[in-house]
Design a protein around this ligand. Structure first.
Ligand SMILES: Cc1cc2nc3c(=O)[nH]c(=O)nc-3n(C[C@H](O)[C@H](O)[C@H](O)COP(=O)(O)OP(=O)(O)OC[C@H]3O[C@@H](n4cnc5c(N)ncnc54)[C@H](O)[C@@H]3O)c2cc1C
Length: 467
């Protein structure tokens, strides 16, 4: 069943007819996101330019019981912006204005479709710093980032997206636009509703504007790479660095498979004769940076590293960071299907979890490249597979189940930063338990009684809207 003509005509009236795409060749690019092996055609794709258009679209969806799936740049890795059948895909990329840089309060107000890089560049130009930097920062939208509560390479020291959201404007299915939060550093008036929408994955409302917290740009930075002949030596170094009370801004690792794929792809000059590589970055006051860098180098040597290389200038530092940022794209070149996960454990359990992933790869005879935010305990075991091989895909699914079970058993979580979406919704009840699941369902029902927002994501109940 296609979208009824009256819905398409009303959408055209709200945003202009040329901003409503319906032909197959136009909507195919919006039928999947960054998640492997998932595709579904929407009923149409609509580009909103303003918050009040978003509110009107939601009101229309609610009145006609038409599903609305919000989409930023579609780089999500849990199927969050995957369309449901005959839904309206509400694309936010045209809402791309930086509205205000408030130097007195160190805040920036942006529309939801601004990219992470646009924010980072504007802040750098003003001597300020927006800290969260996902590997996808060149294209991911700030709205998508808030909706996923994304992390990035600097999460260890600076935290995740949530820590830098001071306020939000949100459109609700009722057609209302609501502001929550403000520029006050302290505010305890009522429930912190903005926090409810951070990480809500498009299931509670559509974020239209975001008030971001900025910090002063660190005066100095040092970037280093350490190589190891054994993965557990790298994991031990991470634990020892944290135990020495050093919190570097970046502590990322790549395993052998990933190092080779990245080098093949980006030709950065990474050392290839090692099992693991740690990318370490410390920033702050120049004296502290120099001391921390020296300490980290010493710790890595004590833990048996092969070599520590210090980037000699900003250009080399950027090259090394980009090596890590390109890990997913590099792995994606070597197999038809790349399935990337983000099981996360307390840092103390990291070495155990890495060994477990290696065992699972052997047990199920699968090729896995692992990289990730080692300092945060956030791993990205990446299966290099082929979705056309049903038998192998079955083994991949079984392997994932074991990895998630083990993460939960070790006190970890099924997703550290990519969200639940479709890909992990079957694991959420076991992780969250009955009471949490029930509260989440009730919250959703209050805000979206007809279940029009991103139905079928995160959980099923109250998710299906029937016309
Ligand atoms: C190469 C690569 C590297 C990546 N690196 C990282 C990383 O380091 N860290 C990390 O955390 N993630 C990473 N990701 C995942 C992804 O980029 C992030 O989740 C990103 O924040 C998603 O932004 P987006 O604009 O693409 O959102 P989309 O994929 O379009 O949407 C993501 C979810 O948010 C919802 N949504 C989008 N916009 C809104 C809105 N305005 N209001 C309400 N809901 C909305 C969607 O419905 C969907 O559920 C990476 C992805 C790729 C492909």
């Amino acid at each position: 069943m296609a979208l009824p003509l009256n819905v398409l005509t009303a959408l055209g009236r709200i945003v202009a007819p040329e901003r409503v795409l319906t032909s197959l060749e136009d909507i195919i690019p919006y039928s999947f996101d960054g998640t492997a092996a998932l595709q579904q055609m929407p009923g149409c794709v609509v580009f909103a330019r303003k918050a009040d258009q978003v509110a009107e679209i939601l009101k229309l969806g609610n009145e006609t019981k038409t599903a609305v799936v919000t989409r930023g740049s579609g780089t999500g890795l849990s199927g969050g912006s995957l369309p449901s059948e005959d839904c309206i895909v509400l694309c936010t990329v045209k809402m791309d204005k930086i509205l205000e840089l408030d130097r007195a309060n160190l805040t920036m107000t942006v529309e939801t479709g601004v990219t992470t890089l646009q924010v980072a560049d504007a802040d750098t130009a003003a001597g300020l710093f927006y800290t969260t930097d996902p590997g996808s920062m060149k294209i991911s939208t700030i709205g998508g980032k808030v909706a996923e509560n994304s992390g990035g390479l600097r999460g260890l020291k600076y935290g995740v997206t949530r820590n830098y959201v001071m306020g939000l404007e949100v459109a609700l299915p009722s057609g209302q636009l609501m502001w929550t939060g403000n520029k006050c550093v302290k505010d305890v008036a009522g429930y912190s509703l903005k926090d409810l929408f951070v990480g809500s994955e498009g299931t509670l409302g559509v974020i239209t504007k975001i008030l971001l917290r900025l910090i002063p740009k660190p005066a100095a930075k040092k970037t280093m790479v350490a190589t190891f002949s054994r993965m557990d030596h790298a994991a031990d170094s991470v634990s020892a660095i944290i135990a020495a009370r050093i919190i570097p801004c970046t502590l990322e690792f790549l395993d052998r498979t990933t190092i080779h794929c990245v080098e093949d792809y980006a030709k950065i000059g990474l050392p290839l004769d090692c099992e693991a590589l740690l990318l370490m970055e410390t920033d702050g006051h120049p004296a502290v940076v120099a001391e921390e860098a020296a300490q980290m180098e010493q710790i890595c040597r004590k833990c048996g590293c092969l070599e520590v290389r210090v980037a000699k200038d900003d250009v080399e530092a950027a090259r090394l960071s980009n090596a890590r940022r390109s890990a997913f794209s590099a792995l994606a070149r070597v197999a038809p299907t790349t399935i990337l996960e983000d099981a996360t454990v307390p840092r103390s359990e990291l070495a155990r979890m890495i060994r477990f992933v290696e065992e699972i790869a052997r047990k199920y005879k699968l090729r896995i490249g692992t990289f990730g935010h080692m300092g945060d305990g956030n791993l990205h075991p990446t299966f290099l597979t082929d979705e056309r091989n049903k038998e192998e895909m079955h083994r991949v699914e079984e392997a994932f189940k074991e990895i998630f079970d083990e993460a939960i058993r070790l006190g970890g979580t099924i997703t550290g930063e990519h969200g639940v979406g479709l890909a992990k919704k079957s694991f959420l009840p076991k992780f969250a338990g009955d009471a949490q699941m029930e509260v989440m369902r009730q919250l959703r029902h209050v805000l979206d009684p007809n279940g029009i927002l991103n139905p079928g994501k995160m959980f099923d109940a109250a998710g299906k809207c029937e016309r």
